[in-house]
Write a protein that binds this ligand. Structure first.
Ligand SMILES: O=P(O)(O)O[C@H]1O[C@H](CO)[C@@H](O)[C@H]1O
Ligand SMILES: O=c1cc[nH]c(=O)[nH]1
Length: 231
C-alpha cells in the first residue's frame, strides 16, 4: 500500500487510465471492464482493475490539478510499477474550430504550473506525449471517425481566473484547450522513463461559452474512453 492508494503490489495493471473525476473511473470500470476489482477507496479516489478485450487494465481517479495528479502518478510508478499512463480528461476549448465533444490528443502541454517552475528553476521544459501512444491513439480515433485534433494544450493552476481574457495569448499561439494536469503527467513520465498520453474531451468553450453538465463529463465522453482502452 502507498499513502494514497490502498492497493497491494500486483493489484494494478501496467497500463492505467487516469480521469480526474473518480466517478468517471467508476463509470468506466462498470461500463467497459470485466472481472473488475476495486483496489482503492482512499479519499474516495476510486481505483479499479479489470480486463478489456482480454487485456488487464486499471483506471484510477487523480483529482484535479497538478499537485493531486502528481501524487497519484508518483505512487503508481514508484510503488506499483505502472508503465503506461493515459489521462482521460475534460478540457475547455480555446479555438473557434475546436467544438464541444471533440477529442484532443495533447502532443505537448504548456503551463503556468509553479511546480514545474520550481523543478526547472524558472526555465522552460516542454512536457511532451509519448509518440507511440499518440500515433496509435490518432489512428484509432480516425478509424472510429471521431472528431480528433492533435496539438498543444495549456495546463493551468487555475480553474477560475479574475482576468476573463487570460487565455487569448495562448489561443493566439495555437493552443487548443485548457485543462489542469497534463504538463505534470508528461514531466513526471519523462523523468521516470515511462509512457504517457493525455486524451481530452472538450466539455466547454471559452470562445462560445457553451458547456456540458457534470453528469455528461462523468458518463458521456465515451469516444475518449474507448480510444484509451484500445491503446
Ligand atoms: O475532467 P478532469 O479529468 O477532472 O479534467 C478537467 O476537469 C477539472 C476541472 O473541472 C480539472 O481536473 C481539469 O483538468
Ligand atoms: O480545466 C478545465 C477543464 C475544463 N474546462 C475548463 O475550462 N477548464
Amino acid at each position: 500500500m502507498s499513502i494514497h492508494i490502498g492497493a497491494k503490489k500486483g493489484d494494478i495493471a501496467e497500463t492505467v487510465l487516469l480521469p480526474g473525476d473518480p466517478l468517471r473511473a467508476k463509470f468506466i470500470a462498470e461500463t467497459f471492464l470485466e472481472d473488475v476489482k476495486c483496489y482503492n477507496e482512499v479519499r474516495g479516489m476510486y481505483g479499479f482493475t479489470g480486463t478489456y478485450k482480454g487485456k488487464r487494465i486499471s483506471v484510477q481517479g487523480t483529482g484535479m490539478g497538478v499537485p493531486s495528479i502528481s501524487i497519484y502518478v508518483n505512487e503508481l510508478i514508484n510503488e506499483y510499477g505502472v508503465k503506461n499512463l493515459i489521462r482521460i480528461g475534460s478540457c475547455g476549448s480555446l479555438q473557434e474550430d475546436v467544438h464541444i465533444r471533440d477529442v484532443i490528443l495533447a502532443m505537448s502541454a504548456s503551463s503556468n504550473s509553479s511546480i514545474n517552475n520550481v523543478r526547472f528553476n524558472g526555465t522552460g521544459f516542454a512536457p511532451t506525449a509519448n509518440f507511440e501512444l499518440l500515433n496509435k491513439a490518432y489512428l484509432i480515433a480516425k478509424e472510429k471517425k471521431v472528431n480528433v485534433k492533435v496539438g498543444n494544450v495549456f495546463t493551468s493552476d487555475h480553474f477560475y481566473q479574475d482576468d476573463a481574457g487570460w487565455w487569448k495569448i495562448w489561443a493566439e499561439h495555437g493552443v487548443l484547450a485548457v485543462e489542469m494536469e497534463t504538463a505534470a503527467l508528461y514531466t513526471i513520465a519523462a523523468q521516470k522513463k515511462v509512457n504517457a498520453l493525455a486524451i481530452l474531451t472538450v466539455s466547454d468553450s471559452l470562445v462560445t461559452w457553451e458547456e456540458t453538465s457534470s453528469e455528461e463529463r462523468e458518463k458521456t465522453f465515451t469516444d475518449m474512453m474507448e480510444i484509451a482502452l484500445n491503446l
